[in-house]
Design a binder for this molecule. Structure first.
Ligand SMILES: Cc1cc2nc3c(=O)[nH]c(=O)nc-3n(C[C@H](O)[C@H](O)[C@H](O)COP(=O)(O)O)c2cc1C
Length: 175
């Protein structure tokens, strides 16, 4: 049941050295592949970074409020979700690529959770530096990075989320 994975997923910021078996990785990537996208354009490419030195360098190029996110380097894999085209605007005036990439990466987080793996969304990174490290073409955009690995510590932290009544209204918008 997908709600199970949604409830169990947490941002994981500490990983075991343990490698991810290929069949497990392929199931996670299959969940990515099947994601929907605007007009089914699938405007994406996912760079699976497995090279340890490169992982270190990507982590080094991902500071959060000035501090390097060193935890990223403990993961055996970092996935870079790249938008291959950033031009498409939906009829509603909203660019589609961040949505498309977010859906695909969210599929990733949920299948990873089902496989006992941990992930963490990473939006704090230097776009140009990481692009250069991974050879991503200039006209593309890396939307988010995502370390993937077996969690070192499983802490069932309490969810800090707004209550349902604050985020839902019926028929008419209400403050
Ligand atoms: C788009 C996006 C970017 C994020 N960037 C970072 C990041 O750079 N570093 C980090 O440690 N967490 C990052 N996070 C994780 C959030 O802080 C986290 O999802 C939020 O606090 C809720 O916690 P949870 O994921 O454990 O439910 C990001 C999350 C999202 C959705």
């Amino acid at each position: 049941m997908v709600l199970e994975e949604i409830k169990n997923r947490r941002s994981v910021r500490s990983y075991q050295e343990r490698e991810i078996p290929e069949e497990v990785l392929l199931r996670v990537l299959e969940a990515v592949r099947l994601a929907p996208s605007a007009r089914n354009r699938q405007p994406w490419k996912f760079v699976i970074v497995q090279d340890k030195e490169l992982i270190q360098e990507v982590a080094g190029a991902s500071p959060l409020y000035g501090n390097p996110q060193t935890f990223m380097a403990s993961a055996p894999i970092i996935i870079a979700g790249c938008a291959t085209n950033t031009e498409h605007i939906m009829p509603n005036g909203v660019p589609s690529y961040p949505i498309d990439l977010a859906i695909a990466l969210d599929h990733l987080t949920l299948q990873a959770t089902k496989e006992g793996l941990g992930t963490c969304w990473i939006g704090a990174f230097d776009q140009n530096k990481v692009k250069a490290l991974l050879g991503v073409p200039e006209n593309m955009k890396i939307v988010c990075l995502m370390p993937l690995g077996y969690p070192k510590t499983v802490t069932a932290t309490k969810r800090s989320r707004k209550p349902l009544e604050d985020i839902i209204c019926y028929n008419q918008y209400q403050e």
